[in-house]
Design a protein around this ligand. Structure first.
Ligand code: HEM
Length: 441
């Protein structure tokens, strides 16, 4: 493996770990706000208990998210010195503002954790809303740098030197609104379905007292409703995101859909594999005209195919599978949440055991959606780090000695993931929900 490939593999696998803590750390505070609001509307203490227990989880995630984020920051400078040289001059603003977002989150988190029971309802909701706002703002600010890498502006490179810098133009790059919205709503999807998985697993346990089952049923219904709405919003916004690709990164959209020939009335290819040799897609189910509609809201929209681009500038063609996985998972999550809620409320039936078994899988599926989304977006931009400005090869370190870093960093991330899972398990086993419910009356 050459040093560029090694740098990409190391950074990619580290991000795959970091994204778990980071995305849950955005999705969970949103769920806490929702539980608090329902508590204040219904005056049902079970929702306050949910909010409190999820806050403990969030505190643990925040504790791991900080070192994990720091490690990624260190890695950026070690592995991508060429990239950081441009980033430091052009798009440092969001990283600087992010410190304030973090401060907001941490400050209100302490207020909520230590004083929630002494606060009047409006202040209680306000404090937890600021926690969620801080977490979401952090995500938007960091995503801004990613959006700028896809649609860079606010500078020029002249003989390798960065000139004509306009930091605000860089911050407000064209893909910021759609990309930041996609990242936020998909994080809320993960937060909601993580709760769905846990509540479904608890309801599957046969020996649980009915009072505790009631509590978990409420958690399951709340998270299914929020997960359903957020999955729908993710899909609607995903449509806009695809239109942005059509406009700004057409070769990424062509690779996502395995489209070689430029054409109007282009079909959407579901499944199958893209074959570079024959320049065709094999084994896919094609929906006629659908890609043109996705790209431009009109069936006669002309969608550019890969043949219009030099082969050296094609993204890796396996991104088609990643795109299919993400969209497939999004569609499945919408159907599962609507189906489960119809079962419960229209048919007035308990969640059957087979359905609970299936619902346990939704959290991991949402996580796969997040991971495939990120890998699709970043791998689909290859061979560029900054689209059409800086190639990945020129952004990477020249160092040949990355092997030891690889072992060290991946080892650390695995360690952190295992410790987080063990700490969460230990904490919730030592503090079961029933005594809290009895205490609340
Ligand atoms: C259901 C239909 C969906 C569509 C049409 C869609 C579309 C897209 C597109 C076109 C991109 C690439 C953006 C770029 O490279 O600039 C993307 C990225 C991404 N997607 Fe999706 N997506 C969908 C569902 C989901 C779901 C369900 C999740 C996770 C739960 C998800 C998570 C992500 C993430 C984390 C990214 C990377 C961030 C970004 O660049 O926007 N997506 N999506």
């Amino acid at each position: 493996m050459d040093s560029v490939m090694l740098a990409r593999s190391l950074f990619g696998s580290s991000m795959a770990f970091h994204i778990i803590f980071a995305t849950l750390g955005v999705g969970l505070p949103f769920m806490i706000v929702m539980a608090e609001i329902v508590y204040q509307i219904k005056k049902d203490r079970d929702y306050a208990i949910m909010a409190k227990r999820w806050t403990k989880c969030q505190a643990i995630l925040l504790g791991v998210g900080i070192p994990s984020g720091t490690m990624v920051g260190v890695m950026l400078s070690l592995l991508w010195p060429g990239f950081m040289e441009i980033v430091g001059q052009v798009i440092a603003l969001p990283f600087q503002i992010e410190i304030w977002a973090f401060l907001l989150e941490a400050l209100f988190m302490s207020i909520y954790v230590y004083a929630a029971d002494r606060l009047p309802p409006a202040l209680r909701i306000a404090s937890v809303t600021f926690v969620a706002l801080g977490a979401s703002a952090s995500a938007v600010l960091i995503t801004d740098a990613h959006a700028w890498m896809n649609t860079p502006q606010g500078f020029r490179l002249e003989n390798g030197k960065v000139v004509d810098i306009d930091p605000w133009a860089a911050v407000f790059n064209p893909s910021l609104p759609t990309t930041a919205t996609h990242v936020l709503v998909s994080a809320y999807v993960l937060g909601a379905f993580a709760v769905v998985s846990v509540a479904a697993a608890k309801l599957l346990g046969r020996k649980r007292p009915e009072r505790e089952r009631q509590y978990h049923r409420k958690g399951l219904v709340l998270s299914l409703a929020i997960g359903g709405v957020m999955s729908l919003l993710t899909a609607l916004n995903g449509h806009e995101t695809a239109q942005m690709l059509h406009h700004y990164q057409p070769e990424k959209l062509a690779a996502a859909e395995g489209l070689f020939e430029t054409q109007a009335f282009a079909p959407l290819a579901i499944g199958g594999f893209t074959d570079k040799e024959s320049r065709t897609i094999r084994g896919a189910i094609e929906i006629p005209w659908a890609l043109s509609f996705l790209a431009g809201n009109r069936f006669d929209t002309v969608v550019k195919g890969l043949n219009d681009f030099p082969v050296e500038e094609w993204p890796p063609l396996f991104v088609h599978t990643l795109f299919n996985l993400m969209v497939g998972i999004g569609s499945l999550l919408i159907l599962v949440s609507i189906g489960s809620l119809v079962f419960r409320f229209v048919k007035k039936k308990e969640f059957p055991r087979w359905l609970l078994g299936g619902l346990i899988c939704t959290g991991p599926l949402a996580l796969i959606g997040i991971e495939t989304g990120w890998i699709f977006s970043c791998t689909g931009r290859q061979p560029w780090t900054i689209y059409h400005i800086q190639s990945t090869a020129s952004a990477a370190t020249q160092s040949e000695n990355l092997g030891i870093l690889f072992v060290l960093f991946i080892g650390l991330f695995v360690f952190m993931l295992v410790v987080t899972a063990l700490v969460l398990r230990y904490h919730f086993r030592r503090h079961p929900v029933t005594p809290e419910m009895l205490e609340a009356g």
